[in-house]
Design a binder for this molecule. Structure first.
Ligand SMILES: *Cc1c(COP(=O)(O)O)cnc(C)c1O
Length: 400
């Protein structure tokens, strides 16, 4: 083996920009960490973040909350989902998505995915018909966008309310329209491994004033809903404010202070992620053993992680692939594991969700590998990682 082992960390994020550190220290010096604790005429960091994120996303309303999961849970409730309702979502997603649906007392109805890792629209149609579900929480898992033109036409035809989980598509777009702007609401995460990092955090966006007023009350605004950076006008709250429970899921000024400079640099970060992605993609594409999901030309994605498939690989083969990669310093996740490991999770491990048969998704996940691409890697690191993966794939055939 001629290649030196890779020694980088797949979980090492970039530091918070100096400006954000200074702003966070200032917030701590004032002691005014709560979003509604501002001096007369002072704009709190949380309010400023909402204003800036709404502008960046190109929508009138943005609400900053405690996590991506809370953004989704509030979105479901504010969209009118009631206990016992059924909610459609992709079978390939992360646990916070079925968790948010279960959190409002609703029941996830899992929809198959395609070989290119996006929701299967034929199965969506059939599951919508069978279940009678009227809401879809579309999870743009690992940054892959389905045909958004076909999807929006389908939900319109079926009269389904669309909510988007954009934890991996902050900054992505379909024919120039930003991910998160296709339905009633977009749900974003600022958890450490997403595109902006405050440890934990979430953003909810919408163009619907009444929806956003309900969401704002639910997030825990008390009667301070006029102190928002991108909220609906106060008269919208007249019919809402006394009928909406407070569920205390606010963002605080400290987190907002460190997110704002990251948002200002997000386009540059996206450019760098995609350079990393392209380097690895170019090498993996040449491997005869690996298959990359096909990405439509309408999709502009953020390559903060990369996925590839080894179609037909056995369970022992997948474990050997993981081990051979790990021995070379390359940390992969495998979505085919029956037991959830770290952040990956198979639908069968969500035992609070009624068991569902998803043969197509199961067979895709059995051969699906995933790798994070933190921006602390250089392009040379990416070359080395890709070369290792190509060798592991080639060895696999020799030893088969
Ligand atoms: C991270 C993530 C979320 C939201 O997660 P939080 O940790 O609650 O911010 C939602 N969906 C997917 C697919 C995710 O990966």
């Amino acid at each position: 083996m001629g290649l030196p082992p890779f020694r980088g960390s797949f979980t090492q994020q970039e530091p918070i920009p100096q400006e954000g550190i200074v702003a966070a220290v200032e917030v701590m010096q004032t002691g005014r960490l709560h979003r509604y604790n501002a001096l007369p005429g002072e704009e709190s960091e949380t309010v400023a973040l909402e204003r800036e994120y709404a502008a960046w996303q190109g929508v009138p309303y943005c609400l900053a909350v405690a996590s991506g999961g809370q953004a989704m849970q509030i979105a479901l409730r504010a969209a009118g989902v009631r206990p016992g309702d059924k909610v459609l979502t992709n079978a390939f997603t992360l646990a916070p998505v079925p968790g948010a649906i279960a959190g409002v007392g609703a029941e996830p109805v899992l929809v198959e995915i395609t070989d290119d890792l996006v929701i299967n629209l034929d199965d969506l149609r059939s599951k919508a018909g069978q279940s009678g579900a009227k809401v879809l929480m579309l999870s743009n898992m690992r940054g892959h966008l389905c045909d958004m033109d076909a999807l929006t036409a389908l939900v319109e035809e079926l009269q389904i309310t669309l909510l988007e989980d954009c934890a991996h598509t902050m900054g992505a777009s379909w024919r120039g329209a930003k991910s998160g702007n296709f339905g009633l609401a977009g749900c974003f995460s600022a958890q450490t491994y997403k595109h902006i990092n405050s440890g934990e955090g979430g953003l909810l966006t919408s163009r619907d004033a009444a929806f956003m007023a309900r969401a704002t009350m639910m997030s825990g605004s008390y009667m301070l809903f006029d102190r928002h950076g991108a909220g609906p006008s106060v008269d919208v709250y007249d019919d809402i404010k006394l009928d909406t429970p407070n569920m205390s899921a606010r963002m605080d000024n400290l987190r907002a202070a460190i997110l704002r400079p990251q948002l200002a640099r997000l386009n540059d970060a996206i450019k760098r992620w995609n350079e990393h992605y392209r380097v690895i993609e170019a090498v993996l594409k040449r491997s005869e053993q690996l298959r990359l999901p096909v990405r439509p030309s309408e999709e502009f994605f953020v390559g903060s992680s990369i996925q590839f498939m080894v179609p037909g690989i056995s369970e022992s083969g997948a474990r050997a692939f993981l081990k051979a990669s790990a021995d070379r310093g390359v940390e992969l996740k495998w979505f085919g594991d029956a037991d959830p490991v770290a952040f990956t999770s198979a639908h069968s491990s969500w035992r609070y969700v009624p068991e569902q048969r998803l043969p197509q998704t199961d067979s895709i996940l059995a051969g699906l590998f995933d790798m994070r691409l933190p921006l602390t890697f250089s392009l040379a690191d990416c070359e080395l990682i890709a070369a290792h993966l190509a060798e592991v794939a080639a060895d696999m055939v020799t030893h088969a």
